[in-house]
Design a protein around this ligand. Structure first.
Ligand code: ATP
Ligand code: MG
Length: 446
């Protein structure tokens, strides 16, 4: 089906028999298998599809198991007591097994964005009608060839209509159909290309990669709430650093985080970018160790360059430090919300992490105990440590507060009594000139 410019590809079936692929029932959740068998035993076609087949083929561990069938949602519901139908326009069946949900979708015709959030176009007109279709229709409306593989429970073969099996062998993300058309239909596919390539260590095939920088601006039209969700997947799934580097390479970062991208470009020493990369590496490590990761900390990190730059600008205009910090935090947040809908429950602690940074250099006993008991102390301290890793400048503060945490009682009596060098903002000048580090005076933050 490699007709290069056709926007609607012609599906052509290739069957990969059970001994020629790596998908094995022992790697599929028992709940998913039960649903597959029940559908088949009732005379319906039943397949494992999408990310799960893709991940299994390349030796990964799928996090969920989605199924496709020719049974209608109502027919699916009649087969399972533990089933509920969701969605208005396109109904999906959720079969519930304790905490596990197996999503069962009826083969779907018509190209759609798969997100369910674009039912109506800007003008309010229906985007497309909801029509069930054949398995071929279902295959070509998916985004990437490797996401359009079907594992058939009837003979354990993999059915490939779009060349996805070969692309998986070659570790390639390739859009189905004409790339530009598919990105225009749903710009979030640009992020999905990068995210899945980062996650799977794939390359983005040349024709699929080519439009990215050109069409990156279309992301501004995507729903900000969806972009927030996509960001969490990009940066909190264990491949944040790789996602970031690839977003940079394909010129998507500057659309997602315009002010941070500008600040990093203007920061000649590269310290801001180094810090972000270092922070993302740490995030990946935490995910790998099954430790919790927080969107507030993540966004504090990703928007730190923007915050530093805004702060430098306001302070250069003569604004008092405390006021400048608050204003910068608000300004950066409000601007970022135009693209990514960061919920307040994350943006508020994100701002606190920033605003607490200058308080690490203040060591009067009362301030010390107040900061130690601040709900955001730990996050803010970790953030300070990260800044130190990127540009050593806060060693003394870090040593002090590490000690203070270990011995809350002793903290007040162990005051070094100096805040020299502490709490300095990243070197950054709005016009990109390296700035001399000034010794910051104590301020009354807090
Ligand atoms: P992940 O590992 O992140 O779950 P995934 O490929 O399973 O990756 P989902 O968002 O769970 O991603 O989507 C499931 C399937 O639905 C995809 O494999 C793909 O076939 C299809 N799909 C998802 N989003 C789109 C889209 N924007 N356009 C077309 N098809 C999509
Ligand atoms: Mg999935």
């Amino acid at each position: 089906m490699r007709s290069e410019n056709a926007s609607i590809p012609v599906p052509e079936l290739r069957v990969i028999p059970r001994d020629a692929h790596a998908v094995s029932r022992k790697d599929i959740s028992s709940s998913a298998l039960r649903v597959l068998y029940r559908l088949r035993d009732s005379g319906f076609a039943a397949y494992l599809v999408g990310g799960a087949v893709r991940d299994l083929i390349v030796g990964g561990h799928p996090k969920d198991f989605d199924l496709a069938t020719d049974a209608t949602p109502d027919q699916v519901r009649q087969l399972f007591r533990n089933c509920r139908l969701i969605g208005r326009r396109f109904r999906l069946a959720h079969v519930v097994f304790g905490r596990e949900i197996i999503e069962v979708a009826t083969f779907r015709a018509n190209v759609d964005d798969g997100s369910g959030d674009r039912e109506v176009h800007d003008g309010g007109r229906l985007l497309r009608d909801n029509v069930y279709g054949s398995i071929e229709d279902d295959a070509i409306r998916r985004d990437f060839t490797v996401n359009a593989l079907y594992y058939a429970i009837e003979d354990f073969s993999v059915r490939d209509y779009v060349g996805g099996f070969e692309d998986a062998q070659n570790r390639l993300m390739r859009l189905i159909g004409d790339p530009e058309t598919r990105y225009r239909e749903d710009p979030v596919r640009m992020l999905r290309a990068v995210r899945l390539a980062a996650k799977l260590d794939f390359e983005i095939e040349a024709a699929t990669a080519e439009p990215l920088p050109r069409l990156a601006g279309l992301l501004r039209e995507a729903a900000p709430a969806r972009l927030f969700e996509e960001c969490l997947k990009l940066f909190l799934s264990g491949h944040a650093q790789e996602s970031f580097l690839r977003l940079e390479r394909h010129r998507l970062l500057e659309v997602l985080f315009p002010e941070s991208a500008q600040a990093m470009a203007a920061n000649r020493s590269g310290a801001l970018r180094t810090m972000v990369l270092e922070g993302l590496r740490g995030t990946d490590e935490r995910v790998a160790n099954d430790e919790p990761v927080s969107p507030a900390f993540l966004f504090a990190l990703l928007l730190w360059p923007a915050y530093c730059r805004a702060l430098a600008t306001l302070q250069a205009q003569g604004m008092h430090a405390v006021e400048a910090q608050r204003r910068s935090a608000d300004r950066v947040t409000v601007h970022q919300l135009q693209t990514i809908a960061l919920p307040r429950r994350f943006s508020l602690p994100m701002q606190e992490i920033w605003l607490l940074q200058t308080r690490f250099s203040l060591r009067q006993p009362k301030r010390v105990s107040r900061l130690l008991s601040h709900p955001r102390f730990r996050a803010a301290f970790d953030f300070l440590s990260l800044r130190e890793a990127a540009s050593p400048d806060h060693a003394e503060d870090i040593a002090f507060w590490r000690e203070a945490q270990l011995q809350p009682g002793a903290a007040t009596s162990a005051l070094p009594g100096s805040d020299a060098g502490g709490g300095e903002d990243e070197e950054l000048d709005p016009d990109g000139a390296p700035r001399r580090r000034r010794r910051r005076r104590r301020n009354r933050a807090g």
